[in-house]
Design a protein around this ligand. Structure first.
Ligand SMILES: [Zn+2]
Length: 404
């Protein structure tokens, strides 16, 4: 069966895709993890060996990886029905479902009235049902994968979002929230903070900088923001390979990052205004605070927006809960990929001491990936639904002046 899909907004398709991700089987997830790992190994080979050996090793590994991926594929029975056991949902998944389920059903009826989400009484799970004339059946892995890739193709396009104007408008909302909630921050301090487009070099050595949000330049006034509408193939490939963004999701992922990354960078700007100096090599103390505050900061800014502004940024229900779930899932992905018992211990030492007990400067286990994992994890473990708790934490991090 081939699915025909009628048009829907990019927000609707993004939400539907995140929902359908919940139906992915463990085996499928395993396979995708392995493919990601293999890609990273091939990249390492490219970095480590000279041109002469590179080709030989690459070919050998590629052959081996293809075999391995084929073996894993064999274990997946494409005729198996996909399902999601809603009773096993975690808190973030539950919030997402409660806030989005109606919109998701509407989107499905809009794009293809033959597809519906059904609660399967016998199995006590959710299934995706398709109608074929008068007959109905639940969709299997093959059809599921086909549906996902049709939907991903629809949102894999440049120009769906104007990232820079979203970033600028959202920054105004952050400033409004701070002036209302934190009297120790003055208008004069935050007024000059601005968004600059991260133009980047789009070269191999610069990919990390080209893809990241950053802050601190211009006396703590500048927040630099990547613009995926200008990414070349190298940057897009890097998004799939090392930033673990799924195929087709780069443009929506950065739409989300505008809202979840800029609050983190804004905290760095305030740290700079308040002269919170941190001489540790990876700025472990200031990064701890910006990270622990980041996701909650985003959440409470948007929950405090007036209706009109809120709908301008988020035209359908449930996107906020989707973003938080996405941050949680990304933490799990990074944990599986970059953490081990040792990193776990470093992480616990770091958060138990509220950022002050950080890894040794020359610890060989600490690199960009492991430190990113630690920051990402504290942003979700330190997430506060309660605005009072968040505001107290914000005061605690930024009201004091420290010099280390
Ligand atoms: Zn940071």
């Amino acid at each position: 069966m081939s699915f025909s899909i009628k048009s829907a907004s990019v927000y609707q398709i993004y939400q539907l895709l995140e929902f359908l991700d919940l139906f992915k089987s463990e085996k499928e997830k395993e396979k995708q993890k392995q493919i990601q790992k293999n890609k990273l190994i091939l990249k390492e080979i490219k970095k480590q060996f000279s041109r002469r050996y590179r080709k030989k090793f690459k070919l050998e590994y590629e052959r081996q990886f293809k075999r391995q991926e084929k073996e894993m594929e064999k274990e997946i029975n494409e005729k198996e029905i996909v399902f999601w056991n809603v009773f096993k949902a975690n808190k973030f998944e539950m919030d997402f479902i409660n806030s989005s389920f109606n919109t998701i059903q509407q989107t499905l009826s809009q794009i293809n009235p033959q597809i519906q989400i059904i609660f399967n009484e016998n199995e006590k799970v959710l299934n995706i049902q398709k109608m074929n004339g008068n007959n109905s059946s639940y969709i299997n892995i093959k059809e599921y994968n086909e549906l996902i890739s049709i939907l991903e193709n629809q949102i894999n396009k440049k120009g769906l979002f104007d990232y820079m104007s979203l970033a600028k408008d959202f920054l105004d909302e952050i400033k409004k929230y701070c002036l209302k909630k934190f009297p120790f921050i003055s208008k004069e301090e935050i007024e000059p903070i601005y968004i600059k487009e991260n133009v980047g070099f789009q070269e191999e050595w610069s990919v990390h900088f080209d893809l990241s949000f950053d802050s601190g330049d211009d006396y703590g006034n500048c927040i630099s923001c990547p613009n995926p509408n200008n990414f070349n193939k190298r940057l897009l490939d890097e998004c799939y390979d090392s930033r673990l963004i799924g195929y087709g999701r780069v443009y929506v992922d950065y739409f989300q990052s505008i809202f979840t990354s800029i609050p983190h960078e804004f905290v760095h700007c305030i740290q700079s205004k308040k002269k919170q100096l941190d001489y540790s090599s990876l700025s472990w103390i200031t990064e701890h605070d910006a990270s622990i505050l980041g996701t909650s900061f985003f959440y409470h800014i948007v929950k405090n927006m007036d209706q009109k502004t809120f709908h301008k940024f988020f035209p359908i229900e449930g996107l906020i809960e989707l973003f938080v779930l996405h941050e949680f899932n990304h933490t799990i992905e990074l944990k599986e990929k970059y953490s081990n018992e040792y990193i776990q211990k470093l992480y616990l030492n770091w958060i138990d001491d509220f950022g002050l007990n950080y890894p040794e400067e020359d610890d060989p286990n600490i690199n960009e990936e492991t430190s990113n994992y630690m920051k990402q994890r504290v942003s979700i473990e330190g997430f506060f639904y309660s605005e009072d708790l968040f505001n107290t934490c914000f005061d605690y991090c930024l009201k004091i002046e420290l010099e280390i």
